[in-house]
Design a protein around this ligand. Structure first.
Ligand SMILES: O=C(CO)[C@@H](O)[C@H](O)COP(=O)(O)O
Length: 254
């Protein structure tokens, strides 16, 4: 049976001039997590924000009482050097550090070592998951649409629990921007993951909303990122509960 629904609105679609209030309001409207999109203008062709902004918004949202709890900051690291920023994001209140598989394995992107990072900035995904766990965060691993789901089996099947991610993120748009069209072509990846890993948290991100949630839920996704569908809604609380019901119905939780 698939795990329960976790609804994680993407604050990329929030009003940046009122970000702290937007975050606390969204949690009050029923969101479980906040999906925090970190973009470096290198791994993706867009820039968002870094640790100082995350530290500020953290003061508007209570830390989760337990792992995966309400108020979890789910930081989606669309950055070329994911290992470099692990400690900084832990320090400012990140609870789940989700890196891209493509960035972790691309040694060409490592330019300037960071003083706090371990010596090798590029590493294999198992080592990076272990490193994130050692810093006291949950670990996620994300794949872009062009990446095959097969690349994840090595890390998901590690014999060592510390090397296994707590969540997989299957992108259903090209990462970089909110408000794009949902790519149903990515759902077979979700189906395959759900078949192999019934208990895994599987997140989908990009183009999710009332019109696409049924397909994603049918495929087996349980962690739902929605940016424009929540922040652009007249009734954000209604959208959040609709997304949750769609997932929990399929997972047999209702
Ligand atoms: O990571 C990203 C974009 O790269 C997403 O989190 C988007 O911000 C989702 O926005 P919508 O498609 O839901 O509007």
């Amino acid at each position: 049976m698939a795990p329960k629904a976790i609804i994680a609105p993407s604050i990329l679609s929030a009003d940046f001039a009122n970000l702290g209030a937007e975050c606390s309001k969204t949690i009050a409207q029923g969101a479980d997590w906040l999906h925090v999109d970190i973009m470096d203008g290198h791994f993706v062709p867009n820039l968002t924000f870094g640790p100082p902004v995350v530290a500020k918004i953290r003061t508007h949202v209570d830390r989760p009482a337990a792992s995966y709890g309400k108020g979890t900051f789910d930081c989606h690291m669309m950055i070329a050097e994911p290992k470099k920023w692990v400690k900084e994001f832990k320090a400012v209140g990140c609870d789940l550090y989700c890196f891209h598989y493509e960035a972790a394995i691309d040694s060409s992107a490592a330019e300037s070592p960071h003083p706090d990072a371990a010596t090798d900035l590029k590493t294999n995904p198992r080592e990076l998951v272990r490193y994130i766990h050692e810093q006291g965060m949950l670990a996620g691993i994300a794949i872009k649409p062009a990446t095959s789901v097969d690349v994840l089996y090595d890390v998901l099947d590690s014999p060592h629990k510390a090397e296994r991610p707590d969540m997989v993120l299957v992108m259903t748009v090209e990462p970089g921007f909110g408000g794009q069209k949902f790519m149903a072509s990515e759902l077979p990846k979700v189906q395959e993951l759900r078949k192999r890993y019934p208990e895994l948290n599987i997140e989908v991100d990009g183009g999710l909303g009332p019109g696409t949630i049924d397909q994603a839920a049918d495929a087996g996704a349980n962690v739902i990122v929605a940016g424009s569908a929540v922040f652009g809604a007249k009734d954000p609380a209604g959208v959040i509960s609709l997304l949750r019901e769609a997932v929990d119905k399929r997972a047999g939780k209702l």
